[in-house]
Structure formats: C-alpha cells, structure tokens
Design a protein around this ligand. Sequence first.
Ligand code: FES
Length: 291
Amino acid sequence: MDATAWALIGVAVVAITAAAGAFVVAFRRSRPEPRPEPDATAGVSAETRQADRSRAGVRLEPIQAGTPTLVEEVPETEEEAPVPAPVASDAVEVVETQRVVEVSPEEAGVTRRQFFNRAIGTAFGSYLGLFSLASLAMLWPKLSGGFGADVVAGAINDLRTEVFNPDRTVTPVYIPEARGYIVPAPDDLGEQFSDVGVVAGGLMALYQRCVHLGCTVPWCESSQGFECPCHGSKYDMVGEYSAGPAPRNLDRFVVEERDGDLVVRTGSIVQTPRAASPIVQYPQGASCIGF
Ligand code: FES
C-alpha cells in the first residue's frame, strides 16, 4: 500500500474512534449526576436531634381521604424510648393535599436535556460512522487487490510470448483486473516514456479508458492500433495519439518486474501529451471503425 492508502486508513480509524467517543460522551452527559443527600439536621442543636427521632425508621402510609394523617413509628432500637403518638383531636385536623415524592432516575424517565444530548450525540456519531464507512469503501479496492491496487499480470516471459506474434504483428493481452492491455514497449522510448517507470521486461500497460470522454477502447487487429468507437479517436499499438478528438495519448500505468512477474500498479496512472512524432507506424491495415 502506498502513503495515500495508509493516510486514508488513518483517517478512517480516527473517525471511527471519534464516533465511538461521541456516543460515549453523549450518553455519559445525559446520565444525571448523583445528588448528595440533603442534611435535614443541619443547624439543629444536639438536644433537638436527640429528641427528634422521627426520621429514623419511618414508614409513610397512604393517606385515606377525610382522615387525619397519622404516622406510625417503628422503634429503631429496643432501648429507644417510645415516642408518644400524636393525638388526633377535633381542634387539629391535618389535611394533606399534595405530597412531594422523590423518585429514582429510572422512574423519572428521560428529561428534555437528556433527550437532546442523546440526539446530538447519535447524529454526530452516525455522521462520523458513515464517513468512516465511505472511507473504507473507497479503500476497499486497494485493500482487496482489485483495480487501484497492484495487479500481477503474469510471468513476463509468458506475456511476451502472447504479445509478440511470429509474423511480427502484436496482440495485446487484456488484463480485466487492471482494466488495461499489456503491449510491447518500443525499443526507443523517446522522451515521453523514458522517465516515468512505465516499462518493465520490454512491456507496458495501457489503461483501456479513452482519454476523450471515457469510452472503453478496443484493440483493432487489422490496423494494429486502438480505435475508439464513440467519436473515432485512434491510438497506435503503444497508445500514442494518432487521430480524433482525444487530447493526449492513452493513459498508462506504472509497471514493475517482481520475481519474473509483471506487476501493474493501477493506482499510479501516467498521462502523456499527444506524440509530436509517433514512435511506431499506424495504421498497418484496415480500420475497425467507420470514422
Ligand atoms: S470517448 Fe473515445 S473518442 Fe470520444
């Protein structure tokens, strides 16, 4: 993998980590902070605390409508002196119309702030997640060895045998994975191909895509060139421009020789300008298209 692939992998990893972080932060923020228990006896004298045992062991009973509210005390310890029960009388009537009851966070449900925090976190995390998936999808061909990665076209000796015919004509070898043709390299590369690493083992690899508007350019055996059926651009057997609206030569890939194999680096495409003086003769016979 080249530096670009590693950079994209890094971006994807960072985005996935950020997405996970966003989820965690959002859900942690939405959880209510535990509140300290209020000290109901703050500021109360020791004598009063001793006398007031009402908070310990108290059980609240449902209130019956129309009856005075009584509280049943449960002694906390055996030594504790029983506290006289309040006496209901006609003079004092305790009427409780509303009771404030503290509930747990689970009982309280989701507050509006929690809802918005979670919504924002989910949206942000989803965006980063989708971005990560898109990055990985873009990287997938490079990771899986398809177009965009290095493609092993085959043994150079075998390819040369297929490309060069006994009658001195050539037949390019089509490599579907590379979306291109293996063609012979001319003995004299000229200025346009000499410095760009597009020759290995006497062979070159041409991209099948027409440089005019992108049609696939087929090989024409009779003319010994590539002829585009869409608008009539024509290129010789090494991809040099010959005729038609194409603005430059056919694009080609950087190639390498590895252990006797020809490796086509389909992630590295080389563009060259129209040939001022083509290296090979074209056409060498009848054209395959009507242009
Ligand atoms: S797309 Fe090939 S000539 Fe137009």
